[in-house]
Design a protein around this ligand. Structure first.
Ligand code: AMP
Ligand code: GLY
Length: 423
């Protein structure tokens, strides 16, 4: 079987690694990929938003299955275009990817189907949003409706900050068209947990839980990033939490999408907050998390292709999804200065240490192959993942492995998984 993966980050490297283990796979392509993916797949220089070229490539090479890793092409309708060309593809159609593509849509869906989430109002007029703020309780959360690279959420402590935020999103259009509409919602407190799931339109199978670290600096300080590290499972995702989410959130979301005529096939990522009043949905994503995939997929026992095909064929009810009874931690090695500005093009040394190290993974994100070797090519450069019998061991292993690689301006958080000690 020939498989095409669309994307170029650590998540796609983790997906490619899982696909490479699958029995039936003899060729993997990745568009556009990166230097690490290039070691297990053939990278093709087609961007994730070049739909016509992706379709033409998949047709020409007789690709049997395409897996779309990234949000932009999913929300933009790549799956629909591929299906129209008779191709087999894993991921939600455009009318279902809206679950991530529009926060206003997802909030309305949750309200209509009584799925627990923060109280909110949607606005498409800045004047009305500003008027609403006069009566809102602070802090308040402002969200640009559309995709904004995970940056379209502002938590405002004062009325002045919130007014400024509305102008930033809706008038200055800091997040572009994503800010044509916005959600203003109640501020909640609690631990965050990421739960990924496979969905076939009707049936949902939950993967092992994870936790991300979104801020750039230790102690959850600094700017929001794409994610600086993860661990899985989350010790805070207890059986009680799981039971609540199964009863009120997971199947309810899948059923709601089906009832709306938008059956969801692919991965639903539930961003949950464990509040004092129980779990609440912070957001949905229509794909694997990055870097959640880097700690969840290495622990999955099932054959990735079997699960993906079951989602496409609507036979997920026949899959018994299983995870190893261990733990994994991923520490992201970034370029100093990320997420604002940073230099690229530095040689990376030590990558070969991972070749013969079972339970250790070096997932590439911003890297590039050059005639002189592999160099840094982005803000997040590598995701160093290690397994362990428990979270503490996995964390010690992951941090040990971060020492194996070196490059100029290497930066990482030193407290990924610190919450483990509080569990
Ligand atoms: P989102 O993209 O909607 O997940 O928001 C990004 C981050 O903002 C979340 O991971 C939370 O840390 C924070 N956040 C979002 N919504 C809320 C909320 N209602 N209350 C508190 N924090 C929030
Ligand atoms: N790690 C959060 C995300 O992928 O959106």
């Amino acid at each position: 079987m020939k498989v095409l993966i669309v994307g170029s980050g650590g998540r796609e490297h983790a997906i490619a690694t899982a696909v490479a283990k699958s029995r039936g796979v003899d060729k993997i392509y990745c568009a556009p990929g990166n230097a690490g993916i290039g070691q297990i797949a053939e990278c093709v220089p087609i961007g994730a938003m070049e739909f016509d070229k992706l379709v033409a490539f998949a047709v020409k090479e007789s690709v049997d299955l395409t897996i779309v890793g990234m949000d932009d092409p999913l929300v933009g309708g790549l799956v629909d275009e591929m299906k129209a060309a008779g191709l087999r593809v894993f991921g939600p159609r455009k009318n279902a990817a809206i679950l991530e593509g529009s926060k206003a849509f997802s909030k309305d869906l949750m309200k209509k189907y009584h799925i627990p989430t923060a109280a909110y109002e949607n606005f498409d007029d800045p004047g009305k949003a500003l008027a609403y703020l006069e009566t809102a309780k602070m802090p308040v959360v402002l969200k640009a409706d559309g995709l904004a690279l995970g940056k379209g959420v502002l938590i405002c402590n004062t009325l002045e900050e919130a007014q400024e935020g509305v102008r930033t999103i809706m008038e200055d259009k800091k997040f572009g068209e994503a800010g044509n509409r916005m959600v203003i919602e109640e501020f909640m407190t609690g631990r965050e947990v990421s739960v990924l799931s496979f969905v076939d339109g009707r049936t949902i199978r939950i993967m092992s839980s994870a936790q991300d670290h979104k801020r750039a600096q230790d102690g959850d300080q600094g700017l929001n990033t794409g994610g600086m590290g993860t661990f899985s499972p989350s010790p805070f995702y207890t059986e009680e939490v799981d039971a609540f989410c199964r009863q009120h959130i997971y199947q309810a979301t899948v059923d709601a999408m089906a009832a709306e005529g938008r059956p969801f096939k692919g991965v639903i990522f539930f961003g949950l907050m464990l509040t004092q009043d129980g779990p609440r949905v912070l957001e949905y994503n229509a794909r694997f998390g990055d870097p959640e995939a880097q700690v969840v997929l290495p622990r999955m026992k099932n054959d990735m292709i079997e699960v993906v095909e079951a989602c496409i064929d609507g036979t997920l009810d026949q899959i018994d999804l299983q995870f190893e009874e261990n733990a994994a931690v991923c520490v992201v090695l970034a370029s100093q200065g990320y997420p604002v500005s940073y230099e690229k093009g530095f040689a990376i040394a030590g990558l070969e240490r991972f070749e013969d190290a079972p339970g250790y993974y070096c997932f590439h994100a911003g890297t590039k192959q050059t005639p002189e070797g592999i160099v840094t090519n982005g803000g997040r450069v590598l995701g160093i993942t290690a397994k362990g019998t428990d979270l503490k061991e996995a964390r010690a292993n992951a941090y040990r492995a971060t020492e194996w690689v070196s490059f100029d301006n290497k930066y990482m958080r030193s407290d990924i998984g610190k919450a483990i000690d509080e569990a």
